[in-house]
Design a protein around this ligand. Structure first.
Ligand code: BES
Ligand code: ZN
Ligand code: ZN
Length: 459
């Protein structure tokens, strides 16, 4: 965890950084005693390495951590659980951007989801940070919110729980929140959200959060909030269903991103739309072949009830574009096809405007939160042709499935500048700063790009 003076009184242990290249010179500069300790360890300044070093009395006193070629998110990421519990402080000459990444790595590496563990295990070690480090702390908290929401199983993260989480966030930041629940969705024209979510014991709903000055540039975030995706009547296999508590990962991303935007007080008029549903099976479930009329009047033939994400998103996107925002950004665990294309760790980004896509991709590169742009290839639109309605929800060819899903959504955003992320929201294996389980992917990249675009410091 990243802590401040207020959280701790214990004198911190210093951690210094040593690069692989600088290691021989650095070693020469140490006391004879420290050199003797180093001779008995394999420490060479490589990324992920660390070693305790003595004071003049020969007691363990400080820590050297390797940063390989350059300091970054991985540098300290494994230390919170490798060093003894206690408080540490980073004593290194870094640029502000490097320091940000190194602290962030500690904070992200200290995360653990222990809500259901009787024995939560040992405390992570704490890293003492200062007032200037608030951006890194805020980013860690935003990512932790996103991870917690995803990791929480569906029995504790149904649509009404997701609403409660959004309300808690709104209260913490003085944001306005309006939630349309159950049959009221029909009255307001959100028939697709209702159709997908009506078979659940937890009523479908549309969460609408607003924050910031209405005069500021309008940034609207939309997140897929499928709290559990059984596939509906086109039921998934056991293996395909196993991880589907994470199908509200898009909602988790936009709530985490909103938390970060509000904590950093980005000068934007923020709106967050989360259609929250469970794609369940019951007598009143929507069926393959049903025709739904979306919020904007588009008729959609349901080819496959497992392509439910785009159905709830299209109502929310159509609502979002009504007030002509400066930008609409959506996050969704939308297709298996995006994972076939890019693997699990790289989110697929689709964008109507190349300058925005480039800014986000560059920010992702800089802040170690990579995204990869894919094309909204217009000729594939006809793969979504329906015999009886304006459009079908699933394509006639399974190939290019992330693109056809993107093209489906694009139909509903009108002329608004729009960016769509098809994310895994889950680490299948643990990597430094990226623990196994729910994960924010592209959240920090988008925040950095927005901060640059709308004129606040990056964080
Ligand atoms: N939630 C899934 C997509 C998904 C599956 C994301 C696995 C990440 C990992 C989505 O609702 C879905 O089932 N999509 C179908 C669409 C198809 C029926 C057109 C898919 O990708 O197979
Ligand atoms: Zn599905
Ligand atoms: Zn889904």
């Amino acid at each position: 965890m990243l802590v401040t003076d207020q959280d701790t009184t214990a004198p911190p242990t210093n951690i210094t950084l040593v690069s692989a290249k600088g290691f021989p010179t650095w070693r020469e500069a140490q006391s004879n005693l420290a050199q003797a300790w180093l001779a008995r360890s394999d420490f060479q300044g490589k990324k992920g390495q660390s070693v305790w070093l003595p004071n003049t009395e020969g007691e363990p006193d400080w820590v050297a951590a390797g940063c390989g070629e350059a300091p970054g998110i991985a540098t300290l990421a494994t230390l919170p659980f490798r060093l003894a519990a206690g408080t540490y402080r980073l004593d290194a000459n870094l640029s502000p951007a490097e320091r940000h990444q190194v602290l962030l790595g500690w904070g992200l590496g200290a995360y653990r989801f222990d809500r259901y563990k009787g024995d939560a295990g040992r405390e992570p070690a704490h890293l003492l940070t200062g007032p200037a480090d608030a951006p890194a702390r805020d980013e860690c908290e935003a990512v932790a919110l996103c991870r917690n929401l995803i990791n929480t199983p569906a029995n504790d993260m149904l649509p009404h729980h997701l609403e409660a989480a959004a309300r808690e966030l709104a209260t913490a930041h003085d944001a306005a929140i309006e939630v349309t629940v159950g049959d009221t969705l029909l009255e307001r024209g959100f028939r697709a959200i209702h159709a997908v979510g009506r078979a659940s014991a937890s009523a479908p709903r549309l969460i609408d959060l607003r924050w910031g000055s209405p005069e500021a540039p309008r940034v609207t975030l939309v997140g897929k909030g499928v709290c559990f995706d059984s596939g509906g009547l086109d039921l998934k296999t056991a293996a395909g269903m196993r991880l589907m508590k994470k199908d509200m990962g898009g909602a988790a991303h936009v709530l985490g991103l909103a938390k970060l935007i509000m904590a950093r007080r980005l000068p934007v008029a923020l709106r967050v739309l989360v259609p929250a549903v469970e794609n369940a099976v019951a007598a009143n479930a929507f069926r393959p072949g049903d025709v739904l009329t979306a919020y904007d009047g588009t008729t959609i033939e349901v080819d496959n009830t497992d392509a439910e994400g785009r159905l709830i998103l299209c109502d929310a996107l159509a609502l979002a574009q009504e007030e002509s925002p400066d930008i609409i950004i959506d996050f969704a665990t939308l297709t298996g096809a995006a994972r076939v294309a890019l693997g699990t760790a790289l989110p697929a980004m689709f964008a109507t405007h190349t300058d925005i896509a480039n800014a986000i991709a560059a920010a992702g590169e800089q802040w170690e939160d990579p995204v990869w742009r894919m094309p909204l290839h217009a000729p594939y639109r006809s793969l979504l042709d329906s015999d009886i309605a304006d459009i079908a929800n699933a394509p006639s060819s399974g190939l290019g499935g992330a693109i056809t899903a993107g093209l489906f959504l694009q139909r509903f955003v009108g002329d608004a500048p729009w960016v769509h992320f098809d994310v895994m929201a889950w680490n299948e294996r643990a990597q430094p700063a990226r623990p196994k389980g729910g994960e924010a992917m592209g959240l920090r990249a988008v925040h950095a790009a927005l901060a640059e675009r709308y004129g606040a410091g990056t964080g």
